[in-house]
Design a protein around this ligand. Sequence first.
Ligand code: 3PG
Length: 186
Amino acid sequence: MEKFIPVVVIKELSEVDTILPALAYSGIHTAEITFRTACAKEAIAYAKKNYPDMEIGAGTVINRQQCEDALEAGATFIVSPGFSPSVAALCCDKEIPYYPGCVTPTEIMAALEYGITTVKFFPANIYGGLKALKALSAPFPQIRFIPTGGVYRSNLDEFLAFDKIAAVGGSFFVKEALEAYQKKGE
Ligand code: 3PG
């Protein structure tokens, strides 16, 4: 897993051809394409076909149907804002990494029951940030976190310095990459 997971929202398919090259230019070869838009499934399939060197996952997957769609489109990892037992069961069955949003001990325990040991921590800034992650790591030393939501360039290093951080996620990676890519073209 790469250390940076950009949260990507594709409103129109053509945006894939802007955002993915920009991310790659910034050295990021992963994209979490979110099921927040109607074209998410299509965007994942298109990204998989046209950007074979990138790892394409699905984000904001909140039910089994979306998970089925994401896997059909070729997503190689699944992210949810919360914990979904039906998504966990499907991913477990298909041996696809699933990173559910878990911010409480109960949610982490639910994930562990499916053998999940890497979870999204969302929204990281609201649920106590690094301080909360450190407290949760005491009873759950086997868990690695992906803090997302309110993670920015300015606080990224604080998170990454903690050894229980698997990666950090955020939409700001996309914004930054697009700006850098645009500047290169000027
Ligand atoms: C997500 O779904 O992971 C979040 O929308 C990302 O949060 P951010 O926009 O604060 O990075």
